[in-house]
Design a protein around this ligand. Structure first.
Ligand code: SAM
Ligand code: DTB
Ligand code: SF4
Length: 336
């Protein structure tokens, strides 16, 4: 019986990464089966409700003002337009509607519209998730009151590599917002990006940060860097193609996330569009049980519904219909 642990050491996590690949996959798949229905995958839909013009300097992001990516800055979408897109997502079978804004943090004047959006999407019977940048405790409380189910705020990588990717905020700022979200009683969605030129040891640090939070994030998105021309990291990768993350190393990261955070939904997130079916299948074997559907992420292309329907049929996967009862049971079980 696998216990939920938040006292993982870096050495233990490094040792998991070092396991023979088939052994790592076997352990991850076994734990996956203990906590989740292994052939069901949660479908989430993303919508950028405010695109581009972001003052932050995240080296991977097409929406930073520092990037020369051609992404045009827009205003916050009208509430009704967002609700229309949510209705389409629901019709397409999505369970969760995730809305992203290219902000360092929401301004207080933005909050009434955000609250209205959360209420409206929730009233459709969709789970709501927002990612709006840093939040104050008060803003987190307002979102909770509006009925927000999840807040996404990624730690992105290990603490040592963070300042190589982003200089306009600190790792601690990210952790503070995660704490504010937790304290407000909103479920936490936090993960990061693999393939930004980080080392194995940075990936160990990344998983270690998440797996040693007081409570594991309920959702852990693992993104593969989408290299966007005009961003620091996109251009670096174009110049040094060998820096591209190895598929097996990506799957290892998913497997280690699954083993260390057994109850979390591990989301195979950005980067699927350029991933082979075989690599995605290995990710599902390694414990990934959530994806973003549709043909667009925030600004980058995504696999698309037809492609995913074909993949699911080939692999015998089905859409997860509801938050799994198995997870609820595990929480209720007493520790030994
Ligand atoms: N501005 C908010 C923030 O940074 O928290 C929300 C939006 S931001 C685009 C959400 C996340 O998307 C980032 O934390 C990062 O992990 C991911 N992301 C952004 N650009 C990406 C890219 N090119 N490839 C992979 N993941 C990316
Ligand atoms: C997350 O971890 N991945 C999503 C979501 N959270 C907001 C965003 C991926 C963005 C990919 C690049 C783009 O579309 O611009
Ligand atoms: Fe802004 Fe978020 Fe992009 Fe960073 S990742 S530049 S905070 S939109």
């Amino acid at each position: 019986m696998t216990q939920i642990r938040t006292d993982w050491t870096r050495d233990e996590i490094a040792a998991l990464f070092d396991l023979p690949f088939t052994e790592l996959l076997f352990q991850a798949a076994s734990i996956h089966r203990e906590f989740h229905p292994p052939s069901q995958v949660q479908l989430c839909t993303l919508l950028s409700i405010k695109t581009g013009g972001c003052p932050e300097d995240c080296g991977y992001c097409s929406q930073s003002v520092k990037a020369d990516s051609g992404v045009e800055a827009t205003k916050l979408m009208e509430v009704q337009s967002v609700l229309q897109r949510a209705a389409q997502a629901k019709d397409a079978g999505s369970q969760r509607f995730c809305m992203g804004a290219a902000w360092r943090n929401p301004k207080d004047r933005d909050m009434p519209a955000i609250v209205e959006i959360v209420k409206g999407v929730r009233a459709m019977g969709l789970e709501t998730c927002m990612t709006l940048g840093m939040l104050t405790p008060k803003q987190a409380d307002m979102l909770k009151e509006a009925g927000l189910d999840y807040y996404n705020h990624n730690v992105d990588t290990g603490p040592e590599y963070y300042e190589r990717v982003i200089s306009s905020r600190k790792y601690e700022d990210r952790l503070d917002t995660l704490q504010n979200v937790r304290d407000a009683g909103i479920n936490v969605c936090s993960g990061g990006i693999v393939g930004m030129g980080e080392t194995r040891s940075d990936r160990v640090g990344f998983v270690h940060t998440l797996a040693t939070l007081e409570r594991h994030p309920e959702s852990v998105p693992v993104n593969a860097l989408v290299p966007v021309k005009g961003t620091v990291l996109g251009d670096m990768l174009a110049d040094t193609p060998l820096a591209k993350i190895d598929d097996i190393e990506f799957v290892r990261t998913v497997a280690v996330a699954r083993i260390t955070m057994p109850m979390s939904m591990v989301r195979l997130s950005a980067g699927r569009e350029s991933m082979s079916e075989a690599t995605q299948a290995l990710c599902f074997m390694a414990g990934a049980n959530s994806i973003f559907t549709g043909d667009k992420l925030l600004t980058a292309p995504n696999a698309g519904d037809d492609t995913d329907a074909a993949l699911f049929a080939k692999l015998g996967l089905t859409a997860l219909q509801q938050e799994e009862p198995m997870r609820a049971c595990k929480v209720a079980e007493p520790a030994e």
